[in-house]
Ligand binder design. Structure first.
Ligand SMILES: C[S@@+](CC[C@H](N)C(=O)[O-])C[C@H]1O[C@@H](n2cnc3c(N)ncnc32)[C@H](O)[C@@H]1O
Length: 299
C-alpha cells in the first residue's frame, strides 16, 4: 500500500472514540504569549504571564491524556511525573551521538520526549515514527507550546524502506523486543539509513556467551508483546545478518525503580509489580529481570 494511504488510514485513528475527546481538548488549548522552554532532564515550558484559568485548562488536558510513560515534562506549573525517568536513558546515550546538521529519526518515539531533547543539538531535521494515536496526541499537546518543526509520523519501523527520504542517524530504542521479526526489523532500519548512516539501538538482553534468545510464551515482566530477548552475541548476529558493521556495545544497564516506577500519571502497575517479590533478580514469570544493552552500528 502506498505510504500516503497508510498515513491517511492512521490519521483516521485520531477519531477513535477514546482519542476524539482528547483531540477536542487540544483544539481548544490556550496559547500563552512569550512562551519559553528548556530542554533539560525535565522538558519545561513556561511563560511570563499565564492566567490561572489557562493553567487549569492545560492541567486538565494533561490529566486527560494519561497514561504518560515517557518524560518528565513541566507545563506552566503542572509537573507530568511520567512512569519512566527517560532522561536516564537519554543522558546515558547523549555522549555517543552528535546530531548537528543531521537528518535524524526516532523510531518508536512515543510522545517525542527524546526528540524534544534532541532539538538542542540543532539537527537539520527531526522525524518521529510511532503508530500510537495516544502518543501522537501527547506529542501534539507538548508541541502546541514548543512549536518545533519535528515531523511526527504515525508509522512503524516496517514503513522505513518506503519512506520519502533516508536518515543520517536512526534511533530505535525499546522497540526491537516488541517485534516478532527482529532481523527483518533491523533490515528495515538499515534500509532507512543513508550510506555511512548510524543506528543507535537498545533492547532487553539476557546474559550469556551463546548466541541464543529467550522466547517468552506469553509475557516478559508482565509485558505481553515481547517476542525475543537475546544475548549480546545473538543480537550481534542479528545486526550482522541485517548487514550492519562497526557494531559497538555502548552500555549495559539493569532497569531499576529509579528509572521506571508507578506515578499518578499512569494507570495500573509498574516495575515493582513486574518483579518477583521474593527475588528482584527475576521477573514475576521467573525470567532474568529487565536489563538493556545499548548499541551503535553503522550502515
Ligand atoms: C517501550 S516503548 C519505547 C519508547 C521509547 N523509544 C523509549 O525507548 O523510551 C515502545 C514504543 O514503540 C512504539 N511502537 C509500537 N509499534 C511500533 C512499530 N511497529 N514501529 C515503531 N514503533 C512502534 C510504541 O507505541 C511505543 O511508543
Amino acid at each position: 500500500m502506498p505510504l500516503n494511504h497508510i498515513r491517511q488510514e492512521r490519521l483516521a485513528w485520531l477519531g477513535w472514540k477514546d482519542i476524539a475527546p482528547m483531540r477536542e481538548l487540544l483544539a481548544s488549548l490556550p496559547s500563552p504569549q512569550n512562551t519559553t522552554y528548556s530542554l533539560n532532564n525535565t522538558v519545561q515550558i513556561d511563560a511570563l504571564q499565564v492566567s490561572d484559568s489557562d493553567k487549569d485548562t492545560i492541567r486538565h488536558c494533561a490529566l486527560t491524556l494519561r497514561p504518560w510513560r515517557k518524560g518528565p515534562f513541566e507545563l506552566f506549573g503542572t509537573f507530568i511525573d511520567t512512569e519512566w525517568q527517560s532522561f536516564i536513558k537519554y543522558n546515558l546515550l547523549e555522549p555517543y551521538f552528535n546530531l548537528e546538521g543531521k537528518v535524524v529519526g526516532d523510531i518508536g518515539c512515543n510522545n517525542g520526549y527524546y526528540l524534544f531533547r534532541m532539538l538542542s543539538q540543532k539537527p537539520k531535521k527531526l522525524v518521529g515514527f510511532d503508530p500510537s494515536a495516544l502518543y501522537k496526541t501527547q506529542f501534539d499537546f507538548i508541541n502546541h507550546f514548543i512549536k518545533s518543526d519535528i515531523v511526527y509520523e504515525m508509522l512503524g519501523v516496517e514503513h522505513l524502506p518506503l519512506y520519502e527520504h533516508k536518515f543520517d542517524t536512526l534511533f530505535c530504542l525499546g522497540v526491537l523486543y516488541h517485534r516478532s521479526d527482529p532481523i527483518q526489523t533491523l533490515k528495515a532500519l538499515y534500509q532507512g539509513l543513508n550510506p555511512e548512516g548510524e543506528l543507535i539501538l537498545d533492547t532487553f538482553m539476557i546474559d550469556g556467551e551463546t548466541p541464543v534468545a529467550l522466547c517468552p510464551a506469553k509475557t516478559y515482566s508482565k509485558i505481553p508483546n515481547v517476542y525475543f530477548v537475546p544475548t549480546i552475541p545473538a543480537l550481534i548476529n542479528w545486526l550482522e545478518r541485517a548487514k550492519f558493521r562497526d557494531i559497538e556495545v555502548l552500555e549495559i544497564k539493569k532497569t531499576d525503580a529509579n528509572e521506571q516506577r508507578k506515578t499518578e500519571w499512569i494507570y495500573g502497575e509498574s516495575l515493582e509489580q513486574f518483579l518477583d517479590p521474593n527475588n528482584p533478580e527475576l521477573t514475576i514469570e521467573g525470567f532474568p529481570a529487565p536489563k538493556r544493552v545499548y548499541i551503535k552500528a553503522k550502515r
